[in-house]
Write a protein that binds this ligand. Structure first.
Ligand code: DUC
Ligand code: ZN
Ligand code: ZN
Length: 474
């Protein structure tokens, strides 16, 4: 029997539209958007959205759930992370699976699938490549062609663990370009940074602020330009993850002005915090903001906001890579607590899944930094388009999945880790007072968040076999 659901009287906002309309859903798919759809709705489950904004569910294309770094393990599972995402208005996640050296990327995907089986929102995977030898690249091509994993990730940082040399990066770019995929790049000059870290530690400069001082913006800019040149030669689209520095924005702008298919993402922590956070009183407090790239000064932050407004940057994703501040919460492996108090051994990463949309609604719309349409674009539509999920995800249209968020523009919320749904024990944005409040969230037409109530369940998220990545021009 057909299951119908009607959301009536809301202000329906997509990346391009802003209309007063009802949304009729059948079996999880939007079937009509228009005025006075009540007569068509029959016995539908009804939700009154008068006074509310109806948004497409958010698409977060940068998370690390249930992820083992070797020395630490992120503290959110696909169940808890998905729940946190949903309460923050995100209904689709594209998470990073990880190929270890000597391991086939196909095997790495199988391993990721087991962990992702508990997902509470819909999930897709990118594949981190740490071994780009010939046989591995053949399997990476199979991933793109057959498994819907149409984006690979490479690091030009972390020489002792994740970094690929320029030749390997070039091989990955060529393979992706040939198969309809795209390479996501963590762009920093790992070799130079490694020397700065060694010197700082040897001199006893080990407090959290040296995390930032040993990873200069210029080295993010250098690696970003280098990788873009390699992508041009490989004739492949490229996506720069977690851009934090004006230097990297400049490299992206330069290439995009030449019509090169380069795309870039930034993250809420770079938009709302600065490197002043490294001056925290205790080591543990400073360790909370040890993420890579580091937080930077106001001039970099301004460049990121300008980039979003001018479409030079296309996406805001969270890079949710959560480790608890205290080992008392979930044990040492899920935390930033370390044997010695030195910035270079603290697990890199920070939480953010639950706060992305609330922060951006407040800043973008209530404080006038971006239009509401642009907010939807950078948090849902553009990431869905870039990573082969559009128009199933990322918009409200006839035929799209009914992933919907009802947001009350007159409501208010206060960020607090204690009230969040992630297993993390801190928020980078603790105490922020925000305009807007999420009232309801639907995943494929099913109500999963109703005020403070959770109606989702582990395993209800589906695996998203994605179409080509980087195939659009944004
Ligand atoms: N890069 C990421 O994308 N996530 C966590 C740590 C890092 O360096
Ligand atoms: Zn990274
Ligand atoms: Zn990341």
């Amino acid at each position: 029997m057909t299951k119908r659901m009607l959301i009536s009287g809301g202000r329906v906002v997509t990346a391009v539209d802003d209309v007063q309309a009802d949304v009729l859903v059948e079996d999880g798919i939007v079937v009509a958007i228009g005025r006075d759809l009540d007569a068509l709705a029959g016995d539908a489950e009804r939700h009154d959205a008068r006074g509310l904004i109806v948004l497409p569910g958010g698409v977060d294309v940068h998370t690390h759930l249930d992820y083992d770094t070797g020395s630490a393990h992120t503290c959110d599972t696909f169940e808890s992370g998905g729940k946190a995402a949903a309460f923050g208005g995100t209904t689709t996640i594209v998470d990073y699976a990880h190929q270890h050296r000597g391991e086939s990327p196909l095997h790495a995907l199988e391993d990721w699938m087991k962990r992702a089986a508990s997902a509470t929102v819909d999930v897709g995977a990118h594949m981190i490549l740490t071994d780009a030898a010939g046989a591995m690249m053949a399997d990476a091509r199979t991933l793109i062609r057959n498994e819907g994993v149409t984006s690979l990730k490479v690091f030009t940082a972390y020489p002792r663990s994740l970094m690929l040399d320029d030749g390997a990066v070039f091989r990955a770019l060529r393979a992706a370009g040939a198969e309809g995929g795209m390479v996501c790049v963590h762009a920093e000059n790992g070799a130079a940074i490694e020397i700065l870290i060694e010197e700082a530690v040897a001199a006893g400069r080990t407090s959290p602020k040296y995390h930032a001082l040993t990873r200069p913006a210029s080295m993010e800019g250098e690696a970003t330009s280098r990788v873009i040149r390699l992508a041009e030669l490989a004739e492949s689209p490229v996506y720069i993850v977690h851009v934090s520095a004006a230097d990297a924005v400049e490299a992206v702008v330069e290439a995009r002005d030449r019509a090169i298919p380069v795309f870039a993402e930034t993250c809420p922590h770079y938009l709302f915090l600065t490197d002043a956070a490294y001056e925290a009183e205790s080591f543990a407090e400073g360790a909370k903001v040890i993420m890579t790239p580091p937080l930077r000064g106001k001039e970099h932050q301004n460049a990121l906001w300008r980039g979003l407004a001018s479409h030079d940057l296309q996406v805001v994703a969270t890079d949710h890579c959560p480790f608890c501040a205290s080992e008392a919460t979930l044990g040492r492996r899920h935390s930033k607590a370390t044997e010695v108090q030195s910035f270079d051994v603290v697990p890199n990463g920070a939480p953010g899944l639950e706060t992305r949309l609330p922060l951006l609604f407040d800043a973008a719309v209530a404080k006038g930094r971006l239009s509401l349409n642009r907010m939807v674009d950078i948090t849902a539509t553009a990431p869905a388009k870039l990573f082969g999920l559009f128009p199933r995800k990322g918009t409200i249209a006839v035929g799209s999945d009914a992933d919907l968020v009802l947001l009350d523009p007159a409501g208010r919320s206060r960020v607090s880790a204690a009230g969040h749904h992630s297993r993390i024990d801190y928020s980078l944005f603790e105490g922020f007072e925000l305009a807007g409040a999420i009232r309801k969230v639907f995943l494929r037409g099913r109500l999963i968040v109703d005020g403070a109530e959770w109606h989702g369940r582990a395993g209800m998220g589906t695996y998203l076999k994605r179409g080509p990545s980087g195939a659009v021009r944004l």
